[in-house]
Design a protein around this ligand. Structure first.
Ligand SMILES: NC(=O)c1ccc[n+]([C@@H]2O[C@H](COP(=O)([O-])OP(=O)(O)OC[C@H]3O[C@@H](n4cnc5c(N)ncnc54)[C@H](O)[C@@H]3O)[C@@H](O)[C@H]2O)c1
Length: 264
């Protein structure tokens, strides 16, 4: 059993086929929650659901493109039907993509896609997920996996940073709107976690900045007071806190999980 007891609760995690989302799904299952996985990757999503089921909870999945509202609504219908109580208690929105490199090199197609997935996808999941949760018996918990990149501009990945700023702002608005229904909405802002997303960033740096992947990685590590990258487990821990009774008076907040790199 995990650090919290979420048995009897149903959790939905988007972007849970791999990386940070998958670890969040596994840890929610460790705490006894039944978990519904939503991701766009077909084979990997099924494998992730099987892995989560190995924790002894009920699981299922939808192949979902979060940028498509019809796909999100279908997924929410399936997750609600799957829930023994007929309601989604915990909703973690983790799906996201990156366009790395100089903002001058991003193609209009890349800019359109990252806006569709990271902004429209976030609007779709947060809006239509919480719309259902306000009718819940006992409220609910929503956690947006955002980024420290949403708090500041950076020298690279400008479009990504802007989409993440939109997420932080929207999560606050949703939090205030649904607070009276007992639904808490918070964001977690990871710093640097070596998932496939970072493989992309380092490959681009090698190609475009004339540095090796190791040099680029080490440069980022030097900026972290704790001197290490964060892990998927570090991020999942913050998510569990926001899903637990310990945070019942906390809503509309964003928590950096970044080893002390940004102090807000
Ligand atoms: N890795 C980091 O350092 C880092 C730092 C800050 C924030 N984040 C955020 O954490 C989240 C997860 O990132 P990750 O590092 O695990 O990356 P990842 O690429 O390993 O995982 C992202 C997941 O989202 C899914 N996804 C992508 N587009 C989708 C869509 N249209 N519909 C449904 N699912 C979709 C992918 O299939 C994948 O399973 C992202 O929102 C990312 O912006 C990551």
């Amino acid at each position: 059993m995990g650090v919290f007891d979420f048995s009897g609760k149903t959790a939905v995690v988007t972007g849970a086929a791999r990386g940070i989302g998958k670890e969040i799904a596994l840890q929610l299952a460790d705490c006894g929650a039944d978990v519904w996985i939503a991701d766009v990757l077909e084979d990997v999503t099924k494998q992730a659901a099987e892995e989560v089921a190995g924790k002894g909870v009920k699981t299922g999945y939808s192949i979902t493109d979060v940028s498509d509202l019809a796909s999100v609504e279908k997924m929410l219908d399936e997750a609600t039907a799957f829930a023994p109580s007929g309601q989604i208690d915990i909703l973690v929105h983790c799906a996201g993509i990156i366009v790395s490199g100089s903002l001058f090199d991003a193609t209009p197609e890349q800019v359109r896609r990252i806006t569709d997935v990271n902004v429209m996808g976030m609007f779709n999941v947060l809006t239509y997920g919480t719309k259902r949760m306000v009718k819940n018996n006992g409220g609910g918990r929503v956690v947006l996996i955002d980024s420290v990149a949403g708090r500041h501009g950076f020298r690279v990945q400008g479009h990504y940073n802007a989409t993440k700023a939109a997420g932080l702002n929207y999560a606050q608005s949703v939090a205030v709107e649904v607070a009276r229904f007992g639904v808490n909405v918070n964001a977690v802002c990871p710093g640097i976690i070596r998932t496939q997303m970072w493989d992309r960033i380092l490959e681009d740096a090698e190609k475009n900045l004339g540095v090796t992947q190791d040099e680029e990685w080490n440069k980022y590590m030097e900026e972290i007071p704790q001197g290490r990258a964060q892990t998927v487990e570090d991020v999942a821990g913050a998510v569990l806190f926001f899903c637990s009774e310990l945070s019942s008076a906390v809503t509309g907040q964003a928590l950096n999980v970044d080893g002390g790199r940004y102090l807000n």
